[in-house]
Design a protein around this ligand. Sequence first.
Ligand code: AMP
Ligand code: MG
Length: 478
Amino acid sequence: MKLNELKLTNPYLNLPSECHDRVNPSPLHEPFLIHANRDVAQMLNIDTDELYSEDFVRFVNGDYYPEGSDPFAMCYAGHQFGHYVPRLGDGRAINIGTLNGWHLQLKGAGQTKYSRSGDGRAVLRSSIREYLMSEAMHGLGIDTTRALAIIGSEHSVYRQEWEKGSIVLRVSPSWVRFGTFEYFAHKKKFKELEALADYAIDESYPHLKDSEDTYIRFFTEVVERTAKLLAQWQSVGFNHGVMNTDNMSIHGLTIDYGPYAFLDVYDHNNICNHTDAYGRYSFGNQPNIAEWNLRALMAALSPMIPLDKMEHAVERFGTLYSEHYIAIMSGKLGLDAVEEKDSDIIKQLLGALQGLQVDYTLFFRTLSRYTGERKEILSLGLYHTPMHDWLDVYDKRLAQNESSETERHEAMLQTNPKYVLKNYMLQEAIDAAEEGSYRLIDDLFAIAKEPFAEHPQFERWAGVTPEEFRNTKLSCSS
Ligand code: AMP
Ligand code: MG
């Protein structure tokens, strides 16, 4: 469809007025397209030729209103670093309507009622990070919000220094967060709470609509999706960095990309967020925090659902998470089936990777071509000993596999990415973009989309992270 044929709907506006606030975007000065995602355009049924038109830039800049547009910001609360903040909301994201079941949102399009002291803007570096990483997570098969396009501008935005404003048009099947429920529960607005639950079920769990015990089944499935998502994050080495309840999706998606990181060398205790002094959101603590967040959601839903039933559901989180995690990891190891002792094999491996300071992604990619010849694997670590020991165990375990070595290699090469977007790679693209060159964004987008492909022209990004850039921390200021 052409842009002027689009017809947007706004189902969220059917909720009570406390849930949202109508607000028009404030366009950036001198906007220009940096990148557009053709797959997402097709998913939305937008003609890909339209992506390079002037109207498209205006559309992403909040300066072109397709039919049905009725822009608004959503209200939510949340536990930030464990402390309840009663009112957050879309402080810099403006919803512009729904297409094909995808809700479109302009991140960085100016102030809303929920901006508090913020300017409603997003700077170029943070928009590049969100734009590329959401595509990378999708490429890895992990549920996530996505993005249609990113624009730059000449609009000055002040952070620690003057930077340029940017907008990402991001899309999601749901923007409802755990914190959206907390907002109404803590205000004791139970009518709105129930309306929100009905809305979220309709949007994200429609198969539960006419069942008995719809609400408890809803919470149970949120627990299940969250457990699966966390297992995916841990297995691929993704550290979100700001798992506040307002950044937790009720749909089970990865949302709100901030100071995240992919692990460079494996470190269970990796902290990627500069403000996270005590490691609340460290890599290894993510599953615990997910459960903590589910308990905050449980408290918010307690006026509607008996607590003992939710307790029963949330208690399964640990088991569900472990089952998913072990299944994914045994796939990464090329095992045909999961056996009881595999969790020990995985633990032993992670201990070796940590001790030897091995690059997490490179290790599994190298293992995907393992033939019994150990030299290449051993050369990835500082020493040989614990890896030798682990390979002894692995060789024995592989002997139980029924598939051939070739089949195992093929499956592993489709399971263990050659490329993940490490922070040093993103930083290189950001530095170039800040100087006006956007080619690296195209390159990183190509590997984000197809992380399992070889891409020989991008080989330099498949190796270990240069030492000075390993496991660095980023600030939230974006
Ligand atoms: P985040 O860390 O991006 O998840 O944001 C946490 C909260 O702060 C959300 O309510 C955001 O909308 C709000 N926020 C973050 N940056 C800004 C900004 N520049 N202007 C207004 N609100 C912001
Ligand atoms: Mg957020």
